[in-house]
Design a protein. Sequence first.
Length: 83
Amino acid sequence: MPEPKASTDIAAMSFEDALRELEQIVHKLEAGDVPLEDSIRIYERGAALKAHCEKKLKEAELKVEKIVLGPDGPKGVERADDL
């Protein structure tokens, strides 16, 4: 399993990349063979990745909620930024 890139800026990560790294962190912590200081460091990064994923999901949810329905089904999408 590749080492998570702690230097990667979380805000610039896609949802998929952040989720993949978060899963790697969970597996490492569950294995229990990580030194305490490293566990704390990667746990903190995991918490930041989790928050980033939640933000990305919320943004996607808002976009889905903005789908405008016409008589024949969806007629377009309004960007969540237009709220």
